[in-house]
Design a protein. Structure first.
Lengths: 260, 280
């Protein structure tokens, strides 16, 4: 073995250990039987995994995060699909401005978006925290929806819908019968990307929390500041396997990575 | 291309109006707060106040320093990792790339939380150090700049590696052998051949890592604690603890300016060197 042939495996081993190792430690720690978070875990038990399901605030905030991720992404797609269609198929006046406005939430740090929403929408207009969170998560997912759907529209030849229109279909009919079936994979991928982004989002939701209304990651941070038991580790592992599972299935059936 | 303007606007405007109302207008008002005098008129005194405070200076410089260090470290490690991955067989390449991307799917809270177990007083690093007799008392690694650096590097390294993999794959296959045949040593090969040819990937990765590090909240919040602040955690404290919305606006503006400046600067660097080469 020369030095150079060793370079590749050693580099890969170190980098992957650095990237994945901490996550494996969390998984191991969540099976601990001990009272505090530690590695190596003391004994083996499922008590912390079980405890996750009994913590009242985790259940509530999980429901909230799920609602925001599904609902917010759905609304972002309802807004984003027509906008992407206009951007890719029409001579839209001010197309660059529209593109910049809808993709802006990705550039500005989330904490600023959340604070701005709190001060200038929630307080002056007496908007409820849940609605504010919903608006924030929708705005956050919109850039991803437009980017992914635009990419799959750009890959689809536009003359097939022009042909449908020439053959007597209405523009709307052509969209639903010709375009939609062809970009279904892109839309599903946009949904999954939006879901994962929204679900894992912290800074946007930081200032938008009220009594009993919180997203799950914000709730987890609050919990670990008070209690140092392995239940956050257990919850983290469960969530990680959930999102890895979703992405894996998506890759298998949709070729997710083509769109992202 | 359809020509009907009314139709186009009807399709695009709902999304644009939504983003403008929910996002753009509130953010612009928030940013203007730092420049406004309560009695009317405009001022930059909030900015001079901010920068004359020594705590704020420390936090500002720490944020810049950590952003730069994380970017440099991720570029160095990223090149090594991307080289190694590109040289693998196609099947193995896909699997290893998958492992590199995998952490991006995991919640940043979970990824950051893991470092508490590793770097804490009774964590793995301290256990190992004490067992090996390197230190007697446990080292204080958590709640320090080092901890934030490690956390940020782990969070953003995958983005740099992916950018560099695609850059290396787009490089002409025979560029390196050609340079070697002509007598270049490995340092020259990297500096004169690989770096110029993969510059765009480096700039994309660098921008993602740098702006990501500047604007990360979870990592400094968990691994820095309430003492070792970065601009994002300082902003949170100004609002949540001090109710100082003017200072929050100033920090927000600084963060946005830094992100945009990094974007423009890095693009400049890339195009400037391109021109130099095409003239030479």
């Amino acid at each position: 073995m020369t030095l150079r042939s060793l370079f590749i495996p050693i580099t890969l081993l170190l980098v992957i250990a650095f990237l994945i190792g901490p996550f494996l430690i969390i998984v191991a720690a969540s099976f601990s039987a001990g009272e505090t978070l530690a590695f190596p875990p003391q004994g083996f038990s499922l008590r912390w995994i079980a405890k996750v399901f009994t913590v009242e605030s985790f259940r509530a905030s999980f429901g909230m995060s799920l609602f925001l991720a599904i609902g917010g992404t759905a609304v972002a797609l309802v807004l984003g699909i027509p906008a992407s269609y206009a951007l890719s198929r029409y001579k839209l006046p001010g197309a660059e401005i529209v593109r910049t406005i809808v993709s802006a939430p990705i550039i500005v740090p989330g904490i600023i978006v959340g604070l701005a929403l709190l001060r200038y929408i929630v307080v002056p207009f007496q908007v409820g925290i849940t609605l504010a969170l919903f608006l924030a998560h929708t705005a956050l997912v919109l850039p991803y929806a437009v980017r992914v759907v635009s990419a799959s529209l750009d890959n689809l030849r536009s003359d097939i819908e022009e042909a449908a229109v020439l053959l007597g279909s209405s523009r709307i009919g052509a969209f639903f019968r010709v375009v939609m079936p062809n970009i279904r994979g892109g839309i599903m991928s946009a949904f999954i990307l939006g879901f994962v982004t929204s679900f894992n989002q912290v800074p946007v939701s930081l200032f938008l929390s009220g009594p009993g209304v919180r997203t799950l990651p914000v709730d987890m941070i609050a919990y670990m500041e008070i209690v140092f038991d392995p239940s956050v580790a257990a919850l983290s592992s469960l969530l990680a396997f959930l999102s890895i599972g979703i992405v894996f299935i998506a890759e298998r059936f949709l070729g997710f990575s083509r769109y992202v | 291309m359809f020509q009907n303007r009314a139709e186009a606007l009807a399709l695009a405007l709902p999304a644009a109006i939504f983003a403008a109302a929910v996002f753009l207008v509130p953010v612009v008002i928030l940013l203007s707060d730092g420049f406004r005098v309560p009695t009317g008129g405009w001022t930059i005194s909030a900015y001079t106040d901010f920068f004359s405070n020594s705590l704020n200076q420390t936090v500002f410089l720490r944020t810049l320093r950590l952003g730069a260090l994380v970017t440099i470290a991720s570029a160095a490690i990223g090149y090594a990792a991307a080289f190694a991955i590109v040289s693998l067989e196609p099947g193995a390449k896909g699997k290893v790339t998958g492992l590199v991307v995998l952490p991006l799917m995991i919640s940043p809270v979970a990824r950051t939380y893991a470092w508490i177990v590793i770097l804490g007083r009774t964590g793995i690093v301290n256990q190992a150090f004490q067992a090996l007799g390197i230190t007697e008392a446990p080292l204080r690694i958590l709640f320090s700049e080092t901890a934030i650096f490690i956390g940020l590097l782990q969070l953003f390294l995958p983005l740099m590696i992916i950018s560099l993999i695609s850059a290396l794959e787009n490089m002409p296959k025979d560029a390196i052998p050609a340079a070697r045949v002509l007598g270049a040593n490995w340092f020259q090969v990297f500096w004169k051949v690989v770096l110029p040819l993969t510059k765009e990937g480096l700039v994309i990765g660098g921008t993602l890592v740098f702006t990501g590090s500047l604007t990360a909240y979870i990592t400094p919040a968990i691994l820095g604690g309430s003492k070792v602040l970065m601009l994002e955690t300082l902003l949170y404290q100004q609002v949540a603890v001090s109710n100082n919305f003017v200072a929050a606006s100033v920090i927000a503006f600084i963060l946005i300016v830094m992100s945009f400046a990094a974007n423009i600067l890095l693009k400049r660097v890339a195009t400037a060197r391109n021109k130099q080469r095409s003239q030479a």
